[in-house]
Design a binder for this molecule. Structure first.
Ligand code: SAJ
Length: 429
Protein backbone atom coordinates (compact mmCIF):
# COMPACT_ATOMS: atom_id res chain seq x y z
CA UNK A 1 0.00 0.00 0.00
CA UNK A 2 1.26 3.49 -0.84
CA UNK A 3 0.10 6.62 0.91
CA UNK A 4 -0.20 9.64 -1.39
CA UNK A 5 -0.42 12.97 0.44
CA UNK A 6 -1.81 15.67 -1.83
CA UNK A 7 -0.85 19.18 -0.60
CA UNK A 8 2.49 19.50 1.21
CA UNK A 9 1.75 22.55 3.36
CA UNK A 10 1.84 23.14 7.10
CA UNK A 11 -0.42 20.11 7.68
CA UNK A 12 0.19 17.81 4.70
CA UNK A 13 3.98 17.68 5.04
CA UNK A 14 4.20 16.92 8.79
CA UNK A 15 1.44 14.30 8.37
CA UNK A 16 3.26 12.73 5.42
CA UNK A 17 6.53 12.53 7.35
CA UNK A 18 4.93 11.09 10.50
CA UNK A 19 3.29 8.39 8.38
CA UNK A 20 6.59 7.80 6.52
CA UNK A 21 8.10 6.35 9.69
CA UNK A 22 6.51 3.00 8.86
CA UNK A 23 5.38 3.13 5.24
CA UNK A 24 6.17 4.42 1.80
CA UNK A 25 4.77 7.92 1.28
CA UNK A 26 4.60 9.94 -1.91
CA UNK A 27 3.95 13.66 -1.41
CA UNK A 28 2.24 15.55 -4.22
CA UNK A 29 2.19 19.33 -4.63
CA UNK A 30 1.60 21.56 -7.64
CA UNK A 31 4.36 23.92 -6.41
CA UNK A 32 7.40 22.76 -8.42
CA UNK A 33 9.82 24.73 -6.24
CA UNK A 34 8.54 23.09 -3.07
CA UNK A 35 8.83 19.63 -4.62
CA UNK A 36 12.41 20.35 -5.76
CA UNK A 37 13.32 21.76 -2.33
CA UNK A 38 12.03 18.61 -0.63
CA UNK A 39 13.70 16.23 -3.08
CA UNK A 40 16.95 18.17 -2.50
CA UNK A 41 16.63 17.40 1.21
CA UNK A 42 15.51 20.82 2.47
CA UNK A 43 12.27 21.90 4.16
CA UNK A 44 10.07 24.66 2.69
CA UNK A 45 9.12 26.11 6.14
CA UNK A 46 10.11 26.16 9.83
CA UNK A 47 8.42 23.90 12.37
CA UNK A 48 10.04 22.55 15.55
CA UNK A 49 11.22 18.94 15.14
CA UNK A 50 10.33 18.71 11.44
CA UNK A 51 13.97 18.75 10.29
CA UNK A 52 14.88 15.73 12.44
CA UNK A 53 11.76 13.87 11.33
CA UNK A 54 12.62 14.60 7.69
CA UNK A 55 16.13 13.18 8.17
CA UNK A 56 14.69 10.09 9.84
CA UNK A 57 12.16 9.38 7.08
CA UNK A 58 14.06 10.48 3.94
CA UNK A 59 14.26 6.94 2.54
CA UNK A 60 10.50 6.42 2.75
CA UNK A 61 9.44 9.79 1.34
CA UNK A 62 9.57 11.35 -2.09
CA UNK A 63 7.76 14.31 -3.62
CA UNK A 64 6.30 14.92 -7.08
CA UNK A 65 4.10 17.44 -8.83
CA UNK A 66 1.24 15.12 -9.84
CA UNK A 67 -0.25 11.76 -8.98
CA UNK A 68 1.12 8.86 -11.02
CA UNK A 69 -1.63 7.55 -13.30
CA UNK A 70 0.00 4.23 -14.10
CA UNK A 71 1.10 3.05 -10.66
CA UNK A 72 0.76 -0.71 -10.17
CA UNK A 73 -2.29 -1.60 -8.03
CA UNK A 74 -1.07 -2.45 -4.54
CA UNK A 75 -2.46 -5.11 -2.27
CA UNK A 76 -4.94 -3.68 0.22
CA UNK A 77 -5.37 -0.58 -1.94
CA UNK A 78 -3.68 2.81 -1.85
CA UNK A 79 -4.62 5.72 0.39
CA UNK A 80 -4.98 9.30 -0.87
CA UNK A 81 -4.82 11.93 1.85
CA UNK A 82 -5.84 15.41 0.70
CA UNK A 83 -4.55 18.41 2.68
CA UNK A 84 -4.88 21.25 0.19
CA UNK A 85 -5.64 24.82 1.33
CA UNK A 86 -9.17 26.19 1.55
CA UNK A 87 -8.87 29.97 1.33
CA UNK A 88 -11.66 32.41 1.98
CA UNK A 89 -12.89 34.23 -1.11
CA UNK A 90 -12.42 37.82 0.02
CA UNK A 91 -15.30 39.56 -1.77
CA UNK A 92 -17.99 37.14 -0.67
CA UNK A 93 -16.40 35.68 2.51
CA UNK A 94 -17.31 32.23 1.20
CA UNK A 95 -15.02 29.18 1.20
CA UNK A 96 -13.03 28.84 -2.00
CA UNK A 97 -12.89 25.07 -2.52
CA UNK A 98 -11.09 25.08 -5.86
CA UNK A 99 -7.94 23.37 -4.54
CA UNK A 100 -9.93 20.66 -2.76
CA UNK A 101 -12.04 20.18 -5.84
CA UNK A 102 -8.99 19.89 -8.13
CA UNK A 103 -7.30 17.42 -5.78
CA UNK A 104 -10.43 15.26 -5.50
CA UNK A 105 -10.82 15.26 -9.29
CA UNK A 106 -7.17 14.18 -9.68
CA UNK A 107 -7.65 11.39 -7.17
CA UNK A 108 -10.91 10.29 -8.82
CA UNK A 109 -9.06 9.92 -12.11
CA UNK A 110 -6.70 7.28 -10.64
CA UNK A 111 -8.98 5.70 -8.02
CA UNK A 112 -9.28 1.90 -8.04
CA UNK A 113 -11.44 -0.57 -6.10
CA UNK A 114 -10.05 -1.02 -2.59
CA UNK A 115 -8.46 2.46 -2.38
CA UNK A 116 -9.33 4.96 0.37
CA UNK A 117 -9.60 8.74 0.19
CA UNK A 118 -9.11 10.85 3.32
CA UNK A 119 -9.84 14.59 3.30
CA UNK A 120 -8.08 16.69 5.98
CA UNK A 121 -8.66 20.21 4.60
CA UNK A 122 -11.03 22.41 6.61
CA UNK A 123 -14.32 22.68 4.70
CA UNK A 124 -17.90 23.94 5.29
CA UNK A 125 -20.31 21.36 6.76
CA UNK A 126 -21.83 19.20 4.02
CA UNK A 127 -18.83 19.38 1.65
CA UNK A 128 -18.05 15.64 1.85
CA UNK A 129 -21.66 14.68 1.18
CA UNK A 130 -22.48 17.25 -1.49
CA UNK A 131 -19.22 17.86 -3.33
CA UNK A 132 -16.54 15.26 -2.59
CA UNK A 133 -18.72 12.13 -2.70
CA UNK A 134 -20.26 12.88 -6.13
CA UNK A 135 -16.85 13.91 -7.56
CA UNK A 136 -15.27 10.65 -6.42
CA UNK A 137 -18.08 8.68 -8.02
CA UNK A 138 -17.07 10.16 -11.34
CA UNK A 139 -14.21 7.64 -11.14
CA UNK A 140 -16.85 5.12 -12.27
CA UNK A 141 -16.62 3.24 -8.95
CA UNK A 142 -19.65 2.59 -6.75
CA UNK A 143 -19.47 4.21 -3.29
CA UNK A 144 -18.96 0.81 -1.63
CA UNK A 145 -15.93 0.00 -3.81
CA UNK A 146 -13.65 2.59 -2.17
CA UNK A 147 -13.30 4.09 1.29
CA UNK A 148 -13.87 7.72 2.22
CA UNK A 149 -13.33 9.61 5.48
CA UNK A 150 -13.18 13.24 6.54
CA UNK A 151 -10.45 13.60 9.20
CA UNK A 152 -9.76 17.24 10.12
CA UNK A 153 -6.36 18.11 11.53
CA UNK A 154 -6.23 19.78 14.95
CA UNK A 155 -2.53 20.47 15.47
CA UNK A 156 -1.40 23.96 16.43
CA UNK A 157 1.42 25.51 14.35
CA UNK A 158 4.56 25.80 16.49
CA UNK A 159 3.75 22.50 18.23
CA UNK A 160 2.46 20.61 15.21
CA UNK A 161 4.31 17.32 15.59
CA UNK A 162 3.53 16.92 19.29
CA UNK A 163 -0.14 17.75 18.75
CA UNK A 164 -0.48 15.56 15.65
CA UNK A 165 0.82 12.68 17.72
CA UNK A 166 -0.97 13.34 21.01
CA UNK A 167 -4.30 15.04 20.22
CA UNK A 168 -7.49 13.05 19.82
CA UNK A 169 -8.83 12.91 16.28
CA UNK A 170 -12.32 13.03 14.87
CA UNK A 171 -13.01 10.82 11.89
CA UNK A 172 -16.14 11.29 9.82
CA UNK A 173 -17.13 8.27 7.81
CA UNK A 174 -20.20 6.26 6.93
CA UNK A 175 -18.22 3.79 4.92
CA UNK A 176 -17.14 0.69 6.92
CA UNK A 177 -14.27 0.03 4.49
CA UNK A 178 -12.59 3.27 5.56
CA UNK A 179 -12.42 2.74 9.30
CA UNK A 180 -9.62 0.14 9.33
CA UNK A 181 -7.55 2.10 6.81
CA UNK A 182 -7.96 5.30 8.82
CA UNK A 183 -6.91 3.62 12.09
CA UNK A 184 -3.87 2.20 10.27
CA UNK A 185 -3.05 5.58 8.63
CA UNK A 186 -3.19 7.38 11.99
CA UNK A 187 -1.30 4.67 13.87
CA UNK A 188 1.15 7.42 14.93
CA UNK A 189 -1.67 9.09 16.92
CA UNK A 190 -1.53 8.33 20.63
CA UNK A 191 -4.81 10.15 21.37
CA UNK A 192 -8.29 8.67 20.92
CA UNK A 193 -9.74 8.38 17.43
CA UNK A 194 -13.47 9.10 17.59
CA UNK A 195 -15.70 8.10 14.71
CA UNK A 196 -18.75 10.08 13.61
CA UNK A 197 -20.36 11.02 10.26
CA UNK A 198 -18.56 13.37 7.83
CA UNK A 199 -20.86 16.39 8.25
CA UNK A 200 -20.53 16.25 12.06
CA UNK A 201 -16.74 15.99 11.74
CA UNK A 202 -16.71 19.01 9.41
CA UNK A 203 -18.85 20.96 11.90
CA UNK A 204 -16.72 19.94 14.90
CA UNK A 205 -13.54 21.25 13.28
CA UNK A 206 -15.15 24.64 12.61
CA UNK A 207 -16.79 24.76 16.06
CA UNK A 208 -13.37 24.32 17.73
CA UNK A 209 -11.74 27.22 15.93
CA UNK A 210 -14.84 29.39 16.21
CA UNK A 211 -14.94 28.80 19.96
CA UNK A 212 -11.32 29.98 20.20
CA UNK A 213 -12.02 33.04 18.05
CA UNK A 214 -15.02 34.01 20.20
CA UNK A 215 -13.02 33.45 23.39
CA UNK A 216 -10.25 35.77 22.11
CA UNK A 217 -12.93 38.32 21.14
CA UNK A 218 -14.25 38.47 24.70
CA UNK A 219 -10.67 38.85 25.98
CA UNK A 220 -10.23 41.74 23.53
CA UNK A 221 -13.50 43.33 24.60
CA UNK A 222 -12.51 43.00 28.27
CA UNK A 223 -9.17 44.62 27.40
CA UNK A 224 -10.72 47.69 25.80
CA UNK A 225 -13.28 47.97 28.64
CA UNK A 226 -10.44 47.71 31.19
CA UNK A 227 -8.68 50.60 29.47
CA UNK A 228 -11.83 52.69 29.95
CA UNK A 229 -12.23 51.65 33.60
CA UNK A 230 -8.61 52.49 34.32
CA UNK A 231 -7.58 48.98 35.34
CA UNK A 232 -5.17 46.35 34.06
CA UNK A 233 -7.27 44.02 31.88
CA UNK A 234 -4.69 41.22 31.78
CA UNK A 235 -4.50 41.14 35.57
CA UNK A 236 -8.32 41.11 35.71
CA UNK A 237 -8.45 38.17 33.27
CA UNK A 238 -5.77 36.34 35.27
CA UNK A 239 -7.83 36.76 38.45
CA UNK A 240 -11.10 35.76 36.72
CA UNK A 241 -9.35 32.64 35.40
CA UNK A 242 -8.78 31.50 39.00
CA UNK A 243 -12.47 30.57 38.98
CA UNK A 244 -12.71 26.84 38.27
CA UNK A 245 -15.09 27.28 35.33
CA UNK A 246 -13.60 30.39 33.68
CA UNK A 247 -10.85 30.21 31.04
CA UNK A 248 -10.50 33.50 29.15
CA UNK A 249 -7.75 33.80 26.53
CA UNK A 250 -5.37 36.74 25.99
CA UNK A 251 -6.09 40.07 24.29
CA UNK A 252 -3.87 41.17 21.43
CA UNK A 253 -3.60 43.14 18.18
CA UNK A 254 -6.03 40.88 16.28
CA UNK A 255 -6.34 37.28 15.26
CA UNK A 256 -4.24 35.96 12.39
CA UNK A 257 -3.17 32.72 10.78
CA UNK A 258 -4.91 30.56 8.26
CA UNK A 259 -7.53 29.15 10.62
CA UNK A 260 -9.22 31.39 13.18
CA UNK A 261 -9.91 34.40 10.92
CA UNK A 262 -11.34 32.10 8.24
CA UNK A 263 -13.07 29.10 9.75
CA UNK A 264 -15.93 30.95 11.50
CA UNK A 265 -16.96 32.22 8.04
CA UNK A 266 -17.20 28.63 6.76
CA UNK A 267 -19.64 27.91 9.55
CA UNK A 268 -21.82 30.98 9.01
CA UNK A 269 -21.63 31.43 5.22
CA UNK A 270 -24.96 29.71 4.55
CA UNK A 271 -26.74 30.83 7.70
CA UNK A 272 -29.04 33.74 8.39
CA UNK A 273 -28.98 32.94 12.13
CA UNK A 274 -25.40 33.62 13.21
CA UNK A 275 -24.91 36.73 15.38
CA UNK A 276 -22.29 36.11 18.05
CA UNK A 277 -19.74 34.54 15.71
CA UNK A 278 -19.96 37.47 13.30
CA UNK A 279 -19.64 40.03 16.12
CA UNK A 280 -16.58 38.21 17.49
CA UNK A 281 -14.87 38.41 14.08
CA UNK A 282 -15.53 42.16 13.97
CA UNK A 283 -14.15 42.70 17.47
CA UNK A 284 -10.97 40.77 16.68
CA UNK A 285 -10.46 42.64 13.40
CA UNK A 286 -10.94 45.98 15.17
CA UNK A 287 -8.01 45.33 17.53
CA UNK A 288 -5.51 46.31 14.85
CA UNK A 289 -6.96 49.82 14.62
CA UNK A 290 -7.13 49.92 18.39
CA UNK A 291 -3.40 49.08 18.54
CA UNK A 292 -2.62 51.82 16.05
CA UNK A 293 -4.66 54.20 18.24
CA UNK A 294 -2.30 53.42 21.14
CA UNK A 295 0.66 54.33 18.92
CA UNK A 296 -1.06 57.51 17.77
CA UNK A 297 -1.48 58.52 21.41
CA UNK A 298 2.30 58.44 21.86
CA UNK A 299 3.48 60.03 18.61
CA UNK A 300 0.71 62.54 17.96
CA UNK A 301 3.10 65.48 18.17
CA UNK A 302 5.79 63.98 15.96
CA UNK A 303 5.84 64.97 12.30
CA UNK A 304 5.87 61.92 10.03
CA UNK A 305 6.54 59.44 12.83
CA UNK A 306 8.94 56.58 12.23
CA UNK A 307 7.63 53.46 13.95
CA UNK A 308 9.23 50.06 14.41
CA UNK A 309 7.01 47.00 14.21
CA UNK A 310 8.44 44.15 16.25
CA UNK A 311 7.00 40.91 14.92
CA UNK A 312 5.13 40.35 11.69
CA UNK A 313 4.38 36.62 12.14
CA UNK A 314 0.76 35.98 13.09
CA UNK A 315 1.78 34.63 16.50
CA UNK A 316 4.83 34.03 18.65
CA UNK A 317 7.75 31.80 17.66
CA UNK A 318 6.50 30.88 14.19
CA UNK A 319 7.61 32.22 10.79
CA UNK A 320 4.09 32.17 9.32
CA UNK A 321 2.69 35.55 8.23
CA UNK A 322 -0.59 34.37 6.73
CA UNK A 323 -3.37 36.82 7.63
CA UNK A 324 -1.16 38.37 10.26
CA UNK A 325 -2.54 41.44 12.07
CA UNK A 326 0.79 43.10 11.13
CA UNK A 327 -0.34 43.38 7.51
CA UNK A 328 -3.48 45.35 8.36
CA UNK A 329 -1.55 47.37 10.93
CA UNK A 330 1.05 48.43 8.34
CA UNK A 331 -1.59 49.39 5.81
CA UNK A 332 -3.45 51.55 8.33
CA UNK A 333 -0.21 53.13 9.59
CA UNK A 334 1.02 53.88 6.06
CA UNK A 335 -2.32 55.51 5.28
CA UNK A 336 -1.66 57.87 8.20
CA UNK A 337 1.73 58.81 6.78
CA UNK A 338 3.87 56.78 9.19
CA UNK A 339 7.30 55.61 8.12
CA UNK A 340 7.47 51.94 9.13
CA UNK A 341 10.45 49.71 9.84
CA UNK A 342 9.79 46.03 10.40
CA UNK A 343 11.68 43.33 12.24
CA UNK A 344 10.94 39.67 12.82
CA UNK A 345 13.42 37.06 14.06
CA UNK A 346 11.51 34.19 12.39
CA UNK A 347 9.54 35.40 9.38
CA UNK A 348 11.17 35.67 5.97
CA UNK A 349 8.20 36.41 3.74
CA UNK A 350 6.03 39.44 4.32
CA UNK A 351 4.19 42.01 2.23
CA UNK A 352 6.92 44.58 3.06
CA UNK A 353 10.70 44.36 3.44
CA UNK A 354 12.08 43.31 6.83
CA UNK A 355 15.16 44.86 8.46
CA UNK A 356 17.79 43.70 10.91
CA UNK A 357 16.91 44.67 14.48
CA UNK A 358 19.52 47.45 14.83
CA UNK A 359 18.46 49.04 11.58
CA UNK A 360 14.77 48.77 12.46
CA UNK A 361 15.11 50.60 15.80
CA UNK A 362 17.62 53.30 14.80
CA UNK A 363 15.97 56.74 14.92
CA UNK A 364 12.55 55.27 15.68
CA UNK A 365 9.81 57.26 17.39
CA UNK A 366 7.95 54.23 18.74
CA UNK A 367 8.44 50.48 19.08
CA UNK A 368 5.29 48.40 18.59
CA UNK A 369 5.33 44.78 19.73
CA UNK A 370 2.78 42.98 17.57
CA UNK A 371 4.01 39.39 17.93
CA UNK A 372 4.84 37.55 21.15
CA UNK A 373 8.16 36.06 20.01
CA UNK A 374 10.37 34.89 22.89
CA UNK A 375 13.19 37.07 21.52
CA UNK A 376 11.24 40.20 22.54
CA UNK A 377 11.09 39.12 26.19
CA UNK A 378 14.75 40.01 26.56
CA UNK A 379 14.70 43.45 24.91
CA UNK A 380 16.86 45.83 26.94
CA UNK A 381 15.25 49.28 27.29
CA UNK A 382 18.50 50.85 28.61
CA UNK A 383 20.35 49.96 25.43
CA UNK A 384 17.47 51.09 23.19
CA UNK A 385 16.69 54.47 24.67
CA UNK A 386 19.67 56.30 23.13
CA UNK A 387 19.24 54.70 19.70
CA UNK A 388 15.71 56.00 19.20
CA UNK A 389 14.54 59.51 18.35
CA UNK A 390 11.70 59.25 20.88
CA UNK A 391 11.59 56.57 23.59
CA UNK A 392 8.06 55.19 23.17
CA UNK A 393 6.78 51.62 23.18
CA UNK A 394 3.38 50.04 22.59
CA UNK A 395 3.10 46.47 23.78
CA UNK A 396 0.00 44.80 22.32
CA UNK A 397 0.82 41.40 23.85
CA UNK A 398 1.57 42.22 27.48
CA UNK A 399 5.11 40.96 26.99
CA UNK A 400 7.35 43.55 28.62
CA UNK A 401 8.08 44.40 32.25
CA UNK A 402 6.59 47.89 31.90
CA UNK A 403 8.08 49.29 35.12
CA UNK A 404 11.57 48.54 33.81
CA UNK A 405 10.81 50.44 30.59
CA UNK A 406 9.39 53.33 32.64
CA UNK A 407 12.63 53.47 34.62
CA UNK A 408 14.65 53.62 31.40
CA UNK A 409 12.72 56.70 30.34
CA UNK A 410 10.24 55.11 27.93
CA UNK A 411 6.64 56.18 27.57
CA UNK A 412 4.73 52.91 27.60
CA UNK A 413 1.28 51.86 26.41
CA UNK A 414 0.24 48.27 27.06
CA UNK A 415 -2.89 47.13 25.22
CA UNK A 416 -5.61 46.40 27.78
CA UNK A 417 -3.90 48.21 30.65
CA UNK A 418 -5.78 51.35 31.67
CA UNK A 419 -4.10 51.50 35.06
CA UNK A 420 -0.98 53.24 33.77
CA UNK A 421 -0.77 57.04 33.94
CA UNK A 422 -1.61 58.62 30.60
CA UNK A 423 1.53 59.16 28.52
CA UNK A 424 0.19 61.00 25.55
CA UNK A 425 3.24 63.26 25.24
CA UNK A 426 6.04 62.12 22.97
CA UNK A 427 9.15 61.48 25.01
CA UNK A 428 12.16 63.08 23.32
CA UNK A 429 15.48 61.41 24.12
N1 SAJ B 1 -4.38 34.72 19.83
C1 SAJ B 1 -4.72 35.76 20.68
N2 SAJ B 1 -4.95 35.47 22.00
C2 SAJ B 1 -4.84 34.21 22.48
C3 SAJ B 1 -4.51 33.16 21.62
C4 SAJ B 1 -4.29 33.45 20.29
O1 SAJ B 1 -4.83 36.93 20.28
O2 SAJ B 1 -5.04 34.03 23.69
C5 SAJ B 1 -4.13 35.00 18.41
C6 SAJ B 1 -2.74 34.58 17.95
O3 SAJ B 1 -1.78 35.56 18.24
C7 SAJ B 1 -2.95 34.37 16.47
C8 SAJ B 1 -4.38 33.82 16.40
O4 SAJ B 1 -4.99 34.17 17.64
O5 SAJ B 1 -2.89 35.59 15.77
C9 SAJ B 1 -4.47 32.32 16.17
O6 SAJ B 1 -3.46 31.66 16.91
P1 SAJ B 1 -3.76 30.33 17.77
O7 SAJ B 1 -2.50 29.92 18.40
O8 SAJ B 1 -4.93 30.57 18.65
O9 SAJ B 1 -4.27 29.28 16.69
P2 SAJ B 1 -3.70 28.72 15.29
O10 SAJ B 1 -4.43 29.44 14.19
O11 SAJ B 1 -2.23 28.74 15.24
O12 SAJ B 1 -4.21 27.21 15.38
C10 SAJ B 1 -5.60 26.95 15.55
C11 SAJ B 1 -5.76 25.87 16.64
N3 SAJ B 1 -7.16 25.74 17.01
C12 SAJ B 1 -7.55 25.68 18.29
O13 SAJ B 1 -6.77 25.78 19.22
C13 SAJ B 1 -9.00 25.46 18.54
C14 SAJ B 1 -5.21 24.54 16.13
O14 SAJ B 1 -5.47 23.51 17.08
C15 SAJ B 1 -5.86 24.19 14.80
O15 SAJ B 1 -5.38 22.94 14.29
C16 SAJ B 1 -5.50 25.29 13.81
O16 SAJ B 1 -6.11 26.49 14.30
C17 SAJ B 1 -6.05 24.91 12.45
O17 SAJ B 1 -5.25 24.50 11.58
O18 SAJ B 1 -7.28 24.92 12.26
Amino acid sequence: MTLYVVGLGYIGLPTALLAARDRRVVGVDIDTRKVETLNDGALPFEEPGLGDLFEETRDNFSARTSLPDTAPASEGGDTYLIATPTPLEEQTRVADLRHVRAAVEDVASVLRPGDTVVLESTVPPGTSARLVGPLLQESGLESDEFGYAYCPERAIPGNTLYEMTHNDRVVGTENPMSTDTVFDLYSFVEGEIRVTDPTTAEFVKLAENTHRDVNIAIANEFATLAEQYGIDGRRAIELANQHPRVDILNPGPGVGGHCLPIDPNFLTQQSTQARLIVAARDINDSMTSHSLGLVRGLVSEVTRPRITVLGVAYKGNVDDTRRTPAHRFCLLAENEGYDIRLHDPHAEEFSRPLSEFDQAVAGSDCLVILTDHDEYLTLDPDSLVSRMRHANIVDTRGLIDDSRWDESGFSVHVLGDGSRPSTDRPNRT
